[in-house]
Design a protein around this ligand. Structure first.
Ligand SMILES: Nc1ncnc2c1ncn2[C@@H]1O[C@H](COP(=O)(O)OP(=O)(O)OP(=O)(O)O)[C@@H](O)[C@H]1O
Ligand SMILES: [Mg+2]
Length: 406
């Protein structure tokens, strides 16, 4: 009798399992939902910073775009754009966290490096390996690696795994469009962060989110998360303003204050006072080394160790002539805006040539375009620079003069 009950129980369990598989298949779903551990270990998704401060509306906008249903078979493609250190990667981490429930099959984070350091094929090899590990763990190591495969073979195999699954692929820190162009063949949602504005401008299906600097309230919030009693210190308010809402600069400054205010140093006001004085010098501010790298995204530790370093990477995108013209922007007073004609006067260029150069600098986030305001006297585009770029130009000018003198 007992044996009969066991058999009945077993049949019930097996049939309920079969029904759940049938239901999920019927609903177009394949496999189990990804666990949080798998997301980080296999998907390579980084943990969101503990000191993360909300970027407000843009977070909701990105979440809305990512979770839209594919239109005509084309999955959402979302770009997060903005200058170095402005918080694109952090925002992408937040977007992944807030859409985990939607991308129930998995999210895969690929870290881009400069184009010479990583081939397009290597992104697909990595993605194929990660997806196989998650979706078909029974495959042998050599089947997951497929060292001899061509790009199109990887695309077919990956798209096969993506069928009836809902996945997100993140490509963080892309500098060249070639990788993105190939990624577009993937049948899943893509989130891309880049310092290059409108990388593939001819594609209308892309959504672009521009990351703006933080306002002063959020700058305070970020600083307070790192240095809870720091804002009461004298001179701190001015230091925070001088960061222009740049989260990396604020984070570096925060760790410097943490260090100056360690319990061993409490009472030595000179330490904090000395730091405040140092940070008032723009060149110093830009080159101060972070005291605790633990608050940075690990692959970017080297390039984010000072604010100066992170701008250097965008500078590589300019040729010698463009760099020289960028340095001439020192003629613009900080926080001012100039028309294309005024830029032309600084550069000794005709308006159309000045416009071309301004657009190139805007593309690499060295200049910001301001569309005409409600003021009827302002009819043409205005251009301006982030306050930290003025500091950067000062350092570049000195370096150039030094080279000339040698
Ligand atoms: N919203 C935020 N709240 C708190 N800290 C932030 C935020 N955004 C960025 N940061 C801090 O600034 C650092 C730089 O940000 P992030 O790596 O996102 O810049 P990025 O725009 O991706 O730069 P890059 O173009 O060089 O890759 C982070 O490591 C983090 O410490
Ligand atoms: Mg980044």
């Amino acid at each position: 009798m007992q044996g009969g009950a066991t058999i009945v129980m077993a049949v019930m369990v097996i049939s309920s399992y079969a029904v759940s598989i049938f239901m999920s298949r019927a609903m177009g779903m394949k496999g189990k939902a990804v666990s949080i551990d798998q997301l980080h270990e296999i998907g390579n998704v980084p943990y969101l910073h503990e000191h993360y401060v909300s970027r407000g509306k843009v977070e909701e906008i990105i979440q809305g775009w990512l979770t839209q249903a594919p239109a005509d078979g084309v999955h959402p493609r979302v770009f997060i754009e903005g200058m170095a250190g402005i918080g694109k990667t952090a925002l992408a981490m937040f977007a992944v966290k807030s859409t985990v429930g939607h991308f129930w099959s998995g999210t895969f984070w690929l870290q881009a490096k400069s184009s010479s350091a990583r081939t397009v094929l290597s992104y697909f090899e990595e993605l194929h390996k990660r997806m196989s590990d998650l979706f078909v763990p029974s495959l042998s190591v050599s089947q997951k690696g497929q060292a001899t495969w061509r790009l199109d073979e990887f695309v077919v195999s990956i798209n096969g795994m993506l069928e009836r699954r809902t996945c997100l692929v993140v490509l963080d820190g892309v500098q060249s469009p070639e990788v993105v162009e190939v990624m577009l063949q993937l049948k899943c949602t893509l989130l891309i962060t880049t310092q290059v504005r409108s990388m593939l401008s001819n594609q209308t299906q892309f959504k672009h989110a521009d990351v703006a600097p933080m306002d002063i309230d959020n700058s305070h919030k970020l600083f307070l998360k790192l240095v809870p009693n720091g804002v009461q210190q004298e001179g701190v308010e001015k230091v925070l303003e001088s960061c222009g809402g740049h989260p990396l600069a604020l984070s570096i400054v925060g760790t410097l204050f943490q260090d100056a205010m360690t319990p061993a140093r409490v009472g030595k006001e000179a330490d904090v006072g000395h730091l405040v004085t140092k940070l008032q010098d723009p060149r110093c501010r830009l080159q101060m080394h972070i005291k605790s790298e633990t608050i940075l995204h690990i692959p970017d530790v080297e390039k984010h160790s000072t604010v100066m370093r992170c701008f250097d990477f965008s500078l590589d995108a300019l040729n010698k002539h463009e760099r020289e013209m960028y340095v001439l922007l020192a003629a613009l007073p900080p926080r001012s805006q100039a028309t294309t004609h005024q830029l032309g006067a600084i550069w000794h260029l005709q308006d159309d040539q000045a416009l071309c150069l301004a657009k190139k600098l805007e593309r690499y986030c060295f200049l910001q375009k301001y569309v005409p305001s409600d003021d009827p006297n302002v009819t043409s585009n205005q251009w301006g620079m982030h306050v930290l770029q003025h500091d950067y130009i000062k350092v570049l000018r000195e370096a150039m003069l030094h080279n000339v003198q040698q």
